[in-house]
Design a protein around this ligand. Structure first.
Ligand SMILES: Cc1ncc(COP(=O)(O)O)c(C=O)c1O
Length: 402
């Protein structure tokens, strides 16, 4: 056998969906594909002001390496402020700042998984987690979601079957990507109970938790229990800017110490300047106001997408009504191949992500993630009209007459 210079992991699961549908940059395309924040909503003036504050108060140190676990002031701020609504304070020692929460996911894959180890992921589940964890083990198992989030009865059966083999479970409790679901409180409590009983870790991802449009979310798992089996990750990408690449991991102190070791091998430290910028942006009182503004803007977009879908797709697909986040998740009849529909949609200058990308079990061929975050309310109806034309053309190609 010839010499293999590259590691085995380079041949693990890949997907062309991101480059093909999300990054399609034709300016005439109305894109429902990306889970990106709206460019027009970045608070540029406030960021400028916060930048000046960084330079005025921190001077040269803003350009220096920081500790691997991240800027102490921002860690304290995350610990004191992000969970105060739930009367919970988290010590800075339990927090590691990361290069976006994607790095947090990679580090957690590195922490938990050797090749062949089992990780459970809510299904449909976040593609970035599937991609990150697939690099460490090809043994990811999907646990289905229904309209109330991950199905804890199904999970319990799986746990009974696989017992000690399960190391970690990943969930997005608030407004999941791609399903848009919000995990009901009963199931949150059940998850915590199961993780204690069956001795596995839970990674809860709060990427969208502050972007709720109708009512406050339920408490995050980390506020429901003092269990040392809960690891929480979060991000400033959706509530401020993904370009600042700042996220965080909250974990028991013995685990953050290991994570810091793993992280040292990756980057020594994440971007000091951006961490300080976020800290000053918050201190100046901008973050809370900005999140309020985002809630109003994204709520309007969500409502106009719902209206457009109701008009054109009511008798064709079923979907959830997300109470926050960025996504509608459409389920078409069984015979539909949403990947082919997405290719036809691209020709009609609109795009979405085929849902099968979010299923480790390879199910979900007839599903689609439709994101409203980047489309203006005025263009929503036009985009869905194009999608409907694509649907008619796709049906003709498949010779299905309903
Ligand atoms: C559920 C979820 N987690 C994590 C991320 C990663 O975000 P970032 O690395 O920008 O923090 C995303 C981005 O879309 C996401 O949807």
């Amino acid at each position: 056998m010839g010499k293999r210079n590259f590691s085995k992991r380079v041949s693990y699961r890949t997907s062309d969906a991101m480059s093909k549908f999300v990054l399609a940059q034709d300016p005439e395309t109305i894109s429902f594909a990306g889970g990106l924040p709206d460019n027009n909503l970045f608070p540029v003036e406030e960021l400028k002001h916060a930048y000046e504050e960084v330079l005025r108060t921190e001077g040269n140190l803003a350009f220096q390496y920081t500790s691997t676990c991240g800027d102490i002031k921002l860690r304290e701020l995350v610990g004191k402020n992000l969970f105060k609504r739930w009367n919970k304070t988290i010590p800075a020692d339990n927090i590691v700042l990361t290069e976006g929460s994607q790095q947090a996911l990679d580090l957690l894959g590195k922490l938990f998984l050797d090749d062949g180890d089992i990780a459970l992921i809510e299904e449909p589940g976040y593609l970035g987690t599937i991609q990150a964890w697939s690099m460490y083990s090809d043994n990811l198992i999907g646990i289905p979601q229904d309209e109330y989030g991950i199905d804890t009865d199904y999970l319990e059966e799986k746990l009974k079957e696989l017992k000690d083999l399960i190391k970690v479970l990943y969930v997005v409790p608030d407004f999941s990507n791609p399903a848009g679901t919000c995990l009901e409180i009963k199931r949150r409590l059940k998850l915590v109970e199961l993780s204690e009983k069956y001795n596995f870790y839970i990674v809860e991802d709060l990427a969208y938790s502050l972007l709720s449009y109708d009512h406050e979310t339920y408490p995050p798992l980390v506020t429901l229990s003092d269990s040392n089996k809960i690891i929480t990750i979060g991000s400033f990408s959706k509530i401020l800017s993904p370009g600042l690449r700042t996220g965080f991991i909250i974990a028991p102190k013995d685990i953050t110490q290991i994570i810091v070791r793993l992280k040292e091998g990756t980057d020594l430290c994440s971007g000091t300047l951006n961490q300080k910028l976020i800290y000053h942006f918050y201190k100046l009182g901008y973050l809370e106001k900005h999140v309020e503004k985002l809630r109003v803007a994204y709520r309007t977009k969500r409502d106009s997408l719902k209206k457009a879908l109701d008009e054109k797709f009511k008798d064709i697909a079923k979907w959830n009504f997300p109470q926050g986040g960025f996504f509608f998740f459409l389920v078409f009849p069984e015979w539909v191949d949403a990947y082919k529909l997405a290719e036809t949609a691209l020709e009609q200058k609109t795009s979405f992500v085929p849902g099968e990308e979010f299923f480790v079990s390879k199910r979900g061929k007839n599903t689609a993630r439709i994101s409203f975050s980047q489309v203006s309310p005025e263009k929503m109806a036009e985009g869905i009209k194009r999608l409907h034309i694509a649907w008619e053309l796709y049906k003709e190609k498949e010779e299905v007459f309903l």
